[in-house]
Design a protein around this ligand. Structure first.
Ligand SMILES: Cc1cc2nc3c(=O)[nH]c(=O)nc-3n(C[C@H](O)[C@H](O)[C@H](O)COP(=O)(O)OP(=O)(O)OC[C@H]3O[C@@H](n4cnc5c(N)ncnc54)[C@H](O)[C@@H]3O)c2cc1C
Length: 448
């Protein structure tokens, strides 16, 4: 019987689901899986992307933890592919590798003034409030009027985190410095801008509805944005998501504006043209758009400006290239056919696979990474004849390699230590968890 020694790089949901699916698949051979993760903690964007006030989604880590705890996977945390371990190393120790490295960076946005001080990427802000160890711990929250560009769930997360009163976040796992930063924020108005109409947004009804439930925050929508064309009416009639979104917005349209201390404005049909300012962000200039009758929008030529002191662009995430692995610079993904990585000539690179956001781009929910993983694993299994033939397939030799290189890696027991430690810190102050943020401290607690 053959044994498949598999390396998975990236311990987010995509990598963990891939391991789970492979372990449960019908196969004629044994499997041994090593999961490499650059952070000392697993779970990728579930830990460092999903908003802290979404405990139900954060709870997906329980299912992921069960997979890690199945006893058939080794976790090597604090190991960065490309620095601590390379493709050549993997070829010497494994039959195949799956890359599930996701996306952590903001996609670029080309608008004059976007690089002014006071203009931020949503991904950086998310990494700050979710306590990612590789991002600065200080965040300048000094603006009273803020713009958020984008009409997806990340834009709504960012807008909600900016508008929500910090005390309402206290029961969550936000790090202390994040609570203090948000507590001192002078924000009064958060303006969300979307180029298209309310029937074309990308956010989900649940995320939208949640905004209306924020304590001491008024939702403001503008009547002029609801002049639906036939295509928009058809979308509302035929698509349940759009129907519910319209229903929620309709309720807000009918509502009297209250006297909350903070306001969250939704501006549809607003296409950003320029971020205005000399030394820092001072205003956003945008063009009103209108429905074009075919489900899209066109410019009206009417230009408006709203004063702001900070701006967040939430226009999507973007993957990062990995050493020695092909990369599609336009889409920010590893080029692949159903997870089989291909080179510039469209030829399959045997032994190398991809799954999750780095495979198909940064769209979709955690659940989608499961179907991704199924497709990729199907090929890993079928490609047995073309797996690599490693010189050192025994499980100890890769541990030796990391030790020889002086890599201070953590393992699954270490993660359990850190997890317990964070839960303990939380319990002491009546919260579910308090995250440890500094990498050194994470490693110290893990390896204690
Ligand atoms: C702000 C935000 C909020 C979201 N909210 C929700 C939500 O509420 N509900 C929902 O269902 N989905 C949500 N999503 C989507 C969800 O997070 C993704 O679908 C999912 O995390 C993608 O999984 P992944 O494993 O491909 O990538 P990731 O989760 O990004 O995992 C990739 C892992 O690879 C590691 N890695 C990267 N490079 C290397 C390297 N060189 N060496 C070693 N390790 C490496 C990373 O550290 C990371 O742990 C949200 C996403 C974002 C950005």
């Amino acid at each position: 019987m053959t044994k498949l020694r598999l390396a998975i790089v990236g311990a987010g949901p995509a990598g963990i689901y891939a391991a789970d699916i492979l372990l449960k698949a019908e196969k004629q051979f044994d499997v041994s899986i090593d999961l490499f993760e650059q952070l000392p903690a697993p779970y990728g964007l579930v830990r460092y992307g999903v908003a802290p006030d979404h405990p139900r989604i954060k709870g997906i880590v329980n299912a992921l933890r069960d997979v890690l705890d199945s006893g058939q996977i080794r976790l090597f945390g604090n190991v960065l592919f490309g620095r601590d371990i390379t493709l050549d190393d993997l070829k010497k120790h494994y039959n195949a590798v799956i890359f599930s490295t996701g996306s952590i960076k903001d996609a670029p946005m080309v608008v004059p003034g976007i690089d002014l001080p006071g203009s931020y990427g949503a991904a950086d802000f998310v990494s700050w409030y979710d306590g990612h160890p590789d991002f600065p711990r200080e965040w300048p929250l000094d603006a009273s009027s803020v713009a958020v560009i984008g009409n997806g769930n990340v834009a709504l997360d960012v807008a909600r985190m900016l508008a929500k009163h910090a005390d309402n976040l206290l029961p969550t796992e936000i790090p202390d410095n994040v609570y203090q930063g948000l507590k001192n924020s002078p924000v009064t108005d958060v303006h969300v801008f979307g180029r298209r109409g309310p029937a074309q947004v990308k956010f989900s009804p649940l995320e939208l509805r949640e905004l209306g439930e924020l304590d001491d925050v008024d939702m403001i929508v503008y009547e002029e944005d609801f002049d639906y064309d036939e295509a928009s009416k058809a979308a509302i009639a035929s698509n349940k998501q759009v129907f519910v979104i319209d229903k929620v917005l309709t309720q807000w349209r009918a509502r009297e504006t209250g006297n909350a201390s903070r306001r969250l404005h939704l501006h549809f049909h607003a296409k950003p043209l320029e971020i205005v300012g000399t030394d820092r962000v001072e205003a956003i200039r945008y063009e009103r758009t209108e429905p074009d009758g075919a489900g899209g929008t066109r410019g009206t030529g009417e230009i408006r400006e709203i004063p702001i002191q900070a701006l967040y662009r939430a226009v999507g995430y973007f993957g990062s290239p990995l050493d020695g692995i092909p990369f599609d610079e336009k889409r920010g993904v590893i080029p692949n056919r159903e997870g089989q990585v291909i080179d510039d000539n469209d030829e399959q690179l045997y032994g190398i696979y991809a799954t999750g956001w780095i495979k198909r781009g940064p769209v979709g929910l955690i659940g989608h990474t499961k179907s991704d993983a199924m497709e990729t694993i199907k090929h890993v299994l079928n490609d047995q004849a073309n797996w690599w033939a490693p010189a050192h397939p025994d499980e100890e030799s890769v541990v030796e390699l990391l030790r020889t290189r002086g890599v201070e890696f953590t393992n699954l027991d270490g993660w359990h230590n850190l997890d317990q430690h964070e839960l303990g810190l939380g319990e002491a102050v009546g919260r579910t968890r308090v995250k440890v943020v500094e990498r050194d401290e994470m490693v110290r607690v893990s390896n204690n």
